[in-house]
Design a protein around this ligand. Sequence first.
Ligand SMILES: Cc1cc2nc3c(=O)[nH]c(=O)nc-3n(C[C@H](O)[C@H](O)[C@H](O)COP(=O)(O)OP(=O)(O)OC[C@H]3O[C@@H](n4cnc5c(N)ncnc54)[C@H](O)[C@@H]3O)c2cc1C
Length: 410
Amino acid sequence: MSEQTSTLLILGGSYAGVSTAHYLLKHVIPKLPSPASYQVVLVSASSQGICRPGCPRAIISDDMFPQDKFFVSIPPLFEQYPAGRFRFVHAAVTELGHRSRTVSVRSMTDNTTETIPYHSLVIATGASTSSPLFGLNQSDSNELKKHWTSFRDALLQAKSIVIAGGGPTGVETASELGEHLNGAPGWFCRSTPKVSITLVASTPEILPILRPTIGRKAEDLLRKVGVKVVKGVRVADIKPLQTLEKLCSPTTVTLDDGRTLEADIYIPATGFTPNTNFIPESLLAKDKRVEVNMSTLRVDKAGERVYALGDVAGSFRASVPNIAAGVPVLCANMKRDLLHAAGEEPAGEDLIFKEDRRETQLVPIGKSSGVGAVYGWQVPGWFVWMVKGKDYFLGMLEAYWTGKQFAKEL
Ligand SMILES: Cc1cc2nc3c(=O)[nH]c(=O)nc-3n(C[C@H](O)[C@H](O)[C@H](O)COP(=O)(O)OP(=O)(O)OC[C@H]3O[C@@H](n4cnc5c(N)ncnc54)[C@H](O)[C@@H]3O)c2cc1C
């Protein structure tokens, strides 16, 4: 690496971060004056990406997915590019100094620290789920596997499970556990489920992004795998409080209407916390996500050439296709900014990101059906099964990891 190398720094090694890295390496750096003077540096707390949509099924057993496809090692994905053009740093970001244009990181392997100056910065550190069973959150895939082991041990003995959250994560988890523990729906399905599974939703119907009739259909399907749905109430309290060490111990769940439920396993599947604890407050919105210009994907307050994408950013809707739509916009605008910084005047105008907010969500229920809508059109159960339920997008997501999804420039 020469003294003058300009670092295009990306924080977070999941769909947003890895996709942006591929796009910059394929379509942006080769078109800059002196490409060899740029290096993409990707910092991530996990050296592996995961098929996050598959977590509701993957938590049950390693037999649910081929593990070498579910967990994808990041560094080899970038061996396809010229030597020196990419560096992976397996570390947690601890501080963003947007005035000094540096990022401090702590190595996940030996705890050493490093300060990385950047020429451009992409914040793509995503968001953590309340339960550590559903993603990498801010740590390594080994941690996730440890949590799955505790959960699976507890599952062997469990007679009652309470899941809080009527969104797709809660519904999918309830249905996967229902089918696994109580059997597939059918003529011979039990009238009394072997394991009592209760899904608690604060909304009047489950799956509130979809129209109410679809939510009610999901409820019927859940009933067939032994899941009881309690709607319009919130979990007010749980005792004892859940800790990472005691993830799956007996819990008393108190609802805000005064009812209590006893659970051998309690799974919170509610909401996200943005992974922004290393970012100055002045760059964050009230909900702790990065305050990004949702048209250009620039973080205007952070100085030149700073961008954010994915679950960490603004009002970005949490979905992989949404990230796929944002990557070319962010990278095209970064290309313009980099050309400008290199003394060239970029042609044309900024690309503008327009999020697709039409009713779209696919929710498998059990291993052969599901509910959902695509761009406002309700789709049948077999379609949900074919498109998502079969492998929870495991096959489709490969193109994101390898960069094939972005073979062409937008
Ligand atoms: C259970 C579940 C099911 C889902 N199902 C679907 C679905 O069916 N379809 C769909 O389109 N979307 C689905 N989503 C949403 C989708 O997974 C997210 O939109 C997507 O993962 C967001 O990607 P991201 O790159 O923004 O961040 P994330 O996937 O959250 O990844 C963030 C990355 O940043 C790293 N990181 C975090 N903090 C730091 C730090 N301080 N330092 C360094 N690295 C850090 C993490 O280790 C991780 O690698 C689902 C989400 C969940 C939780």
